[in-house]
Ligand binder design. Structure first.
Ligand SMILES: *Cc1c(COP(=O)(O)O)cnc(C)c1O
Length: 362
């Protein structure tokens, strides 16, 4: 028997969340962002739930290839564009649209041999200062691209740093709008947070990622349930051992948890080598048989320990949900667990370990 741990990817929830993003941007086309192997879900596993998207956006050429292999003939966008000259050959061959964010990428295009000109997304650095042309250089980059026979349509792109927070998008919106005012071409501006929270960012194409994977882009201000997003990944494992603690007994490495009263704890077949964050302290929420409980003691490589006080009927073989949906339908938000780890849902889903078996379910 394999270790009793499993991740489930929920096809219907992916489709539901995609529809939710569409509802927020009814006039727009929707890129389903599937970078980082569909945020840890697996591109092939997520595809069935996301095939209603208007396009797939990602970073790795290898992942673009996989989307084509799945039979997708619609748009695919490389969000960071190409990394070296020969990547352009694959763009031509697979009909990939690609971002252009620096002069070096224009240089590569200028010497690329292709019969079919490319559709490119010219990226502006409107204030985030990661990728893109500064507002001052943007129009000259556009003019340069526009003169290339290798380029067909030029679309306009930027990315917001604070769509999820207090600072908002106003400054970046103002920069982008001013500079692109009279430029032709489709626009793509917002990620999940912008799409759900900032209707002024809605453009020809929206770019939701995290929302379609059922995590709130602005947790804890809003939860996934507040946004009507459903969990798309459940991580569950079973109890493989029981211990009875007396007052004063400790649990696990470092004896970080000490029982104040007699209690029963369950040892669960999930540890940091499965992608459960080691940094999660005692009191991180879990579901035992679908009932909310908590971890006690330190996370080890292959095990965690959980309090069974609230679930007297639980025992060897009982189901423990680390995040996602329990068999009884109760949900433990990945964001609730991520917060205990001082991080965001994105990181937990992306860090699901290779050794965890994954199934696709409705
Ligand atoms: C990852 C990414 C997105 C999606 O962001 P979420 O916060 O997951 O919605 C959108 N646009 C770009 C350029 C990205 O890199």
């Amino acid at each position: 028997m394999p270790r009793p741990i499993q991740a489930s990817i929920h096809t219907e929830a992916l489709a539901h969340n995609l529809a939710r993003a569409r509802r927020a941007a009814p006039e727009a086309r929707v890129w389903a962002i599937v970078k980082a192997n569909a945020y840890g879900h697996g591109i092939e596993r997520a595809y069935e739930g996301l095939r209603g998207a208007d396009g797939f956006a990602l970073l790795d050429l290898d992942e673009a290839q996989r989307v084509r292999t799945l039979g997708w003939r619609g748009p695919i966008l490389l969000l960071e564009g190409v990394f070296e000259q020969r990547d352009l050959e694959l763009c031509s061959r697979l009909d990939l649209w690609h971002a252009v964010h620096c002069e070096e990428q224009i240089d590569m295009l200028a010497t690329h041999k292709t019969n079919v000109p490319h559709r490119v997304f010219l990226k502006m650095n409107s204030g985030m200062n990661r990728l893109g042309f500064t507002p001052e250089r943007y129009r000259s980059a556009w003019t340069r691209l526009n003169a290339l026979p290798q380029v067909d349509e030029i679309s306009l792109m930027t990315h917001f740093s604070d769509a999820d927070g207090a600072r908002g998008v106003a400054e970046q919106m103002a920069v982008f709008t001013t500079v692109t005012q009279d430029l032709p071409g489709e626009r793509t501006l917002g990620n999940s947070a912008a799409t759900l929270r900032q209707s002024e960012t809605l453009s020809d194409w929206v770019r939701p990622g995290i929302a379609i994977y059922g995590s709130a882009p602005d947790y804890p201000e809003h939860s996934a349930a507040d946004w009507d997003l459903q969990p798309t990944m459940t991580l569950s494992a079973k109890i493989i051992g029981i211990q009875h603690l007396a007052p004063g007994d400790s649990v696990g490495y470092g004896s970080s948890f000490i029982a104040e009263q007699a209690m029963r704890i369950g040892v669960v077949a999930c540890g940091y080598a499965d992608g459960y964050p080691r940094i999660c302290p005692s009191d991180t929420p879990v579901l035992v048989n679908g009932v909310r409980s908590r971890t006690v003691g330190r996370v080890s490589m292959d095990m965690i320990t959980v309090d069974l006080s609230a679930v007297p009927e639980a025992g060897f073989g009982s189901e423990v949900t680390l995040w996602g949906r329990a068999a009884n339908g109760v949900v433990l938000g990945i964001d609730d667990v991520a917060r205990c780890a001082g991080t965001v849902g994105y990181e937990l889903m992306c860090a699901l370990a290779q050794r965890v078996p994954v199934v696709v379910s409705a």
